[in-house]
Write a protein that binds this ligand. Structure first.
Ligand SMILES: Nc1nc2c(ncn2[C@@H]2O[C@H](COP(=O)(O)OP(=O)(O)OP(=O)(O)O)[C@@H](O)[C@H]2O)c(=O)[nH]1
Ligand SMILES: [Mg+2]
Length: 461
């Protein structure tokens, strides 16, 4: 892919493959308007940002191809920052491929994946985090993923990082001037003040890095294992959370023989639900193997739903499983199922083991309490501060790595200053930190730094 080759005009079918009501061909580059004029010789493309009905003729044979709606976006006020024409024609794969072929004949080249957005980035229409958000928004499968991608698209992360970057630049400028001009050697008070500023910036970045715990979960989802002794209602609850009759449910203990995995959306997050075989002293070999998989599911889960049957008293199998889960470090919610039946359970012996917030009463049969259970599940992963827009969230592993690299370099700088090394050594690390920060939004930082440094000097000094 020759993404850096920006002088030519690119074209692509922007709608999915296959038949549809309409299909869109997008053209971007200096030839866009010229190509559109040749495709629709009876129309003109002089007014920007206005939809018009056009008649498309195939330039190869002059035959009428389709009637379409076209919009010309004159540079730089377009998605890519270049001249863009978008043609919405009838969504026939034949018409669309003919139209694309015609564009290529008239001088365009097929766009590589993401190339329109890449041009938008290179031409300064959006920064790198926003370009990545475009990709995430298109890829999003749940409501929550889409919501967070839209927030990123509006530049939320860049806005969070901008003041941090500016303060870091100020610190660098301060240190640079003391290095440049020996008479401006920093006294202890100034060094102390700088150290304080650096550690405050580190704290802000650490808060951001921590948000990746939530961000990763929103992006990639999590694994939720439903476990318990036989017959407590694991498969029934699995079906309730999935909102479909997927797993076999009977009143015979040991019905589920093997782990069953399905994806559901809980609170707008993609969740892999794992129904498991009931854990007990197993009878036959098949059941034994199934139970081994139940243990593997516990180890593999981000969160475990430990289900009890409240219509019976606690059994040894229940108690053994509770103490087993305690040793595994897998966080667990205790689900008290079958609350629609006469209650016989006595929780006194285990109430200490679970936090009150992590005990939820439900009926997989009547759906009572399922919504509360869903809230408790998401509460394990979603930081409320992020949901309420108080905090920015990192969704991307690249951003997470770069924020960590920035923190690391700033910590080195801080340690060096504290150890009494020269400012040059601290500066080296601070410049690295700034470079990593700039890489997140895709800016070229070197010019930035030079500009800021020299702007603080007076002429002749
Ligand atoms: N009344 C009532 N019955 C329930 C509820 N949940 C499950 N059951 C019944 O309990 C029995 C066992 O349900 P399952 O969902 O198969 O239980 P399980 O834990 O998957 O059992 P195994 O696969 O054998 O380990 C069935 O007869 C269900 O209809 C509930 O909330 N209320
Ligand atoms: Mg089952």
């Amino acid at each position: 892919m020759s993404l850096l080759f920006l002088d030519d005009t690119i074209a692509a079918i922007s709608t999915p493959i296959g038949r549809a009501g309409i299909g869109v061909v997008r053209i971007s580059g200096s030839l866009a308007k010229d190509i559109a004029t040749k495709l629709a010789p009876k129309n003109s493309f002089n007014s920007s940002h206005r939809a018009q009905l056009i008649q498309i003729y195939n330039p190869a044979d002059g035959e009428f191809l389709d009637e379409a709606v076209a919009i010309y976006f004159s540079a730089p006020k377009s998605y890519t920052g270049e001249d863009v024409v978008e043609i919405s024609c009838h969504g026939s794969p034949y018409i669309l491929s003919q139209l694309l072929k015609a564009c290529l004949k008239l001088g365009a080249r097929t766009a590589s994946p993401g190339e329109f957005t890449f041009r938008a980035f290179v031409n300064g229409r959006i920064d790198l985090t926003q370009a990545e958000a475009v990709r995430d928004l298109i890829d999003s499968q749940t409501e929550y993923q889409a919501k967070l991608a839209s927030r990123q698209l509006k530049g939320e992360l860049s806005r969070y990082l901008q003041p941090i970057k500016e303060e870091l630049l100020k610190i660098i400028v301060h240190l640079e001037s003391s290095v440049e001009f020996v008479e401006e050697v920093l006294d202890t008070d100034s060094i102390d003040a700088l150290e304080l500023q650096i550690s405050q910036l580190i704290q802000r970045l650490e808060r951001l890095a921590k948000s990746y715990n939530t961000g990763r979960i929103v992006r990639e989802g999590f694994k939720l294992a439903l476990i318990g002794r036989p017959n407590v209602g694991k498969s029934s609850l699995f079906n309730s959370l999935l909102q479909q009759d997927r797993a076999i449910v009977t009143d015979i203990p040991g019905t589920t023989r093997d782990s069953l995995i399905e994806t559901a959306s809980i609170g707008g997050i993609p969740v892999k639900l794992v129904d498991t075989a009931g854990i007990r002293e197993a009878g036959d070999i098949v059941e034994k193997l199934g139970i081994e998989r139940s243990y593997a599911a516990i180890a593999d889960a981000d969160l475990v739903l430990h289900i009890l049957d409240t219509s019976c008293t606690l059994t040894n199998d229940d108690l053994q499983l509770i103490s087993y889960c305690k040793q595994t470090y897998s966080p667990a919610i205790l689900v008290l199922n079958k609350i629609d039946l006469q209650q016989h359970i006595d929780l006194a012996s285990i109430s200490e083991e679970f936090d009150k917030d992590n005990i939820v009463k439900v009926s997989a049969k009547t759906f009572e309490g399922i919504d509360i259970l869903q809230d408790r599940i998401t509460a394990h992963f979603i930081d409320k501060r992020i949901e309420s827009h108080e905090d920015t969230l990192i969704l991307d592993a690249r951003h997470f790595d770069l924020v960590n690299n920035t923190i690391e370099q700033m910590q080195y700088a801080l340690t060096r200053l504290r150890e009494g090394y020269s400012e040059e050594v601290a500066l080296y690390h601070l410049h690295n930190a700034l470079k990593h920060l700039g890489e997140i939004t895709g800016e070229t930082t070197i010019e930035d730094i030079l500009g800021k440094i020299f702007a603080t000097f007076c002429i002749g000094k």
